[in-house]
Design a protein around this ligand. Structure first.
Ligand code: ADP
Ligand code: F6P
Length: 370
């Protein structure tokens, strides 16, 4: 019988994590289960803080009253590298037992789910709620925060494209965007926009689809600097003064060999040994390969994670939280919660983690088609 549940958020924060915590708190209260909030991911299980309240605290309905629509994660999050060590996990399981915590809800991505799976093996029933903006879990159609992240990127890309004069649909035509539009129109610039997503190109792909970007680079597909330059050249020749290239942050791992350092040094730009290639450098290479065309780089960065959760993320979080408590209460553990065809479902974490993410090559080709 489950009397006390722990809940933690782990890995990068994602919009909707708080809504999931509130849902778990409500469902726990409904079932007469006590809820403990564990701070800073798996770190909170290790009792590292001077004040125990900084690691674990009681989460009653009053505590979480106002957090459902808040950005970030109330419980804080962290990456606990030590958790990959079996002896550290054994200690964490022992600490949970000492605290009388019968089961754990883990909100995070594939790394956090792996930690949860190991805790299950140590006798702690766990359920995972997919909270990551990356959408890199193959078993579910969505992860908490992904929808919000895509929306943020779409807004950001739209403002940049609108500055060149094409996006009249943007109704939040604030003074700031109008100013950028004027200056970008004048300068006829191409834009290279970096979005997050770790090794998964989903955010980049959906952002490109939703904004009509003409080029896309993702970690899933090998790409070639010369081909990208040729495509950009072609777009410019066609009279495209707003060419937009969306790139996914880890696309560099799949770049065909290109001696970018030599190229830039030979073309009048100082680059230093040891410096990693960046979007800024790619913009500079494209500029030189495209007859001096202006190419500007914008990295959207953490604005994707700190955004207000969209209705879709919040609603999914709410259902997932409910499902997590129901499962644990029925003695069903080691489960990952997901969404498929619009319905919340669960499956063993081990199977969820083994499901490969599919990549839509057809859409990728369509976006990159000249
Ligand atoms: P995400 O959960 O979003 O994939 P990470 O990959 O950074 O984010 O993982 C978050 C945390 O999950 C790590 O800091 C660590 O505490 C735990 N974790 C990740 N991989 C493992 C693993 N192989 N074994 C145990 N714990 C892990
Ligand atoms: O997993 C979420 C994520 O935002 C990834 O998209 C990104 O690669 C990573 O976290 C960034 O991590 P950090 O917060 O350590 O910079």
């Amino acid at each position: 019988m489950i009397r006390k549940i722990g809940i933690l958020t782990s890995g990068g924060d994602s919009p909707g994590m708080n809504a999931a915590v509130v849902s778990v708190a409500r469902c726990a209260a409904m079932n007469g289960i006590q809820l403990m909030g564990i701070k800073r991911g798996y770190n909170g299980l290790l009792g590292l803080s001077k004040n125990p309240e900084d690691d674990i605290c009681a989460l009653d309905l009053e505590t979480v009253l106002d957090i459902a629509d808040q950005r970030g994660t109330f419980l804080r999050t962290a990456r606990c590298v030590e958790f990959k060590q079996p002896e550290v996990r054994r200690q964490a399981a022992e600490n949970l037992r000492q605290l009388g915590i019968d089961a754990l809800v883990v909100i995070g991505g594939d790394g956090s789910f792996t930690g949860a799976m190991y805790l299950c093996e140590l006798g702690i029933p766990c359920v995972g709620i997919p909270g990551t903006i990356d959408n890199d879990l193959g078993y579910t159609e969505a992860t908490l925060g992904y929808d919000t992240a895509v929306n943020v990127c779409v807004e950001a890309v739209r403002s940049i494209r609108a500055t060149i004069g094409f996006d009249t649909a943007l109704n939040t035509a604030c003074e700031c965007i109008n100013r950028v539009r004027e200056t970008s129109d004048s300068h006829e610039r191409a834009s290279l926009i970096t979005v997050m997503g770790r090794n998964c190109g989903d955010i980049a792909m959906k952002t490109a689809m939703a904004t009509g970007a003409e080029m896309l680079i993702v970690p899933e597909v090998e790409w070639d600097v010369d081909e990208v330059a040729a495509r950009l050249n072609c777009l410019i020749e066609q009279g495209n003064t707003r060419a937009t290239l969306v790139i996914s942050e880890h696309c560099w791992d799949n770049m065909k060999p290109f001696d970018w350092r030599k190229f830039l040094n030979d073309n009048g730009k100082t680059v230093y040994p040891g410096e990693p290639i960046s979007a800024e450098y790619l913009a500079s290479i494209l500029k030189r390969k495209c007859g001096g065309a202006e190419v500007r780089s914008t990295v959207i960065g953490y604005t994707q994670r700190g955004a207000q959760p969209t209705a879709q993320d919040s609603a999914f979080a709410f259902e997932a939280g409910h499902q997590a408590v129901q499962l644990l209460n029925r003695g069903i553990a080691n489960q990952a919660i997901g969404i498929r065809h619009g319905r919340v479902f669960n499956m063993p974490i081990i199977d969820a983690l083994s499901m490969k993410k599919t990549f839509d090559r057809e859409m990728y080709n369509l976006i990159n088609k000249l």
